[in-house]
Write a protein that binds this ligand. Structure first.
Ligand SMILES: [Zn+2]
Ligand SMILES: [Zn+2]
Length: 245
């Protein structure tokens, strides 16, 4: 299973998981053309698109995507997004697993300043179990048997504090960041609380442009977990394996 990063961060989010025969799109925060290009214009193989929440960097282009594929999100997210047209996203219930093509998808509540944000546990025979969690300052669930993590690592507290002290970040924005995004420190706690024995790869996403140091964050997570760790950059393509070795 291949993962393509269309974009990641506050300027827009989009990810494509695909095999030769099927695909699952994550988020509608990049122009549809970018998604289609990553799919080699094979829209028929798309089982669906999962949206985490209504913020523009994740859902701005949802109406364009709805014309081509079923889009799934929480009831709160669907209600927060206003629709002038007849096509609407399909509503998923928290903690209720659904089958979307060859993907088994379990939405779990996330912690973010949005109506009803979700993270997703995604199972597929070619993928094992992927956790997709972004825009959540922590995760209240332990997730067994993960093989791959696509997870937010937005900032580190020392970098955020230094930027506030330097006057680069307003204090109000700092407070919003603390209450809505995953820090390096919280991610380490989350990883320590989970059984990572089956994890093959960790991909850090939604890094803050100002409050992150991507290479240092990867080194820190590798040191902490012993797992191959990389960070999302626009256009990056990765093979996701089901086994660590
Ligand atoms: Zn976001
Ligand atoms: Zn958000």
């Amino acid at each position: 299973m291949t993962l393509t990063i269309l974009n990641s961060g506050s300027t827009g989010n989009g990810y494509v998981l695909q095999s030769d025969t099927e695909a699952l799109v994550l988020e509608c925060g990049v122009p549809r053309q970018d998604c289609l290009a990553a799919l080699g214009w094979q829209t028929k193989k798309v089982a669906g698109c999962l949206v985490t929440h209504e913020h523009g960097d994740h859902a701005h282009y949802i109406e364009d995507y709805l014309q081509l594929m079923p889009v799934y999100c929480s009831k709160g997210t669907a209600e927060a997004l206003c629709y002038k047209r007849s096509r609407r996203p399909q509503v998923l219930a928290p903690l209720r697993t659904v089958q979307i093509g060859g993907f088994r998808v379990r939405p779990i509540p996330a912690e973010h300043d949005a109506a009803e944000p979700f993270a997703y546990i995604i199972d597929h025979e070619d993928l094992g179990r992927l956790l997709f969690a972004t825009d959540t300052y922590y995760l209240r669930y332990r997730i067994p048997d993960m093989t791959n993590l696509l997870i937010e690592c937005n900032y580190s507290l020392p970098l955020l504090n230094a930027n506030v002290e330097a006057g680069l970040i307003p204090a109000a924005l700092k407070n919003r960041t603390l209450d809505s995004h995953m820090s390096l420190e919280h991610l380490k706690d989350m990883l320590a609380a989970n059984d990572l024995r089956k994890v093959a790869q960790i991909v850090l996403i939604h890094l803050s442009a100002r409050n992150s140091d991507p290479q240092a964050f990867c080194r820190e997570i590798i040191r902490h977990t012993g797992k191959p760790t990389t960070y999302a950059t626009k256009g990056l393509t990765l093979e996701l394996n089901t086994t660590p070795f």
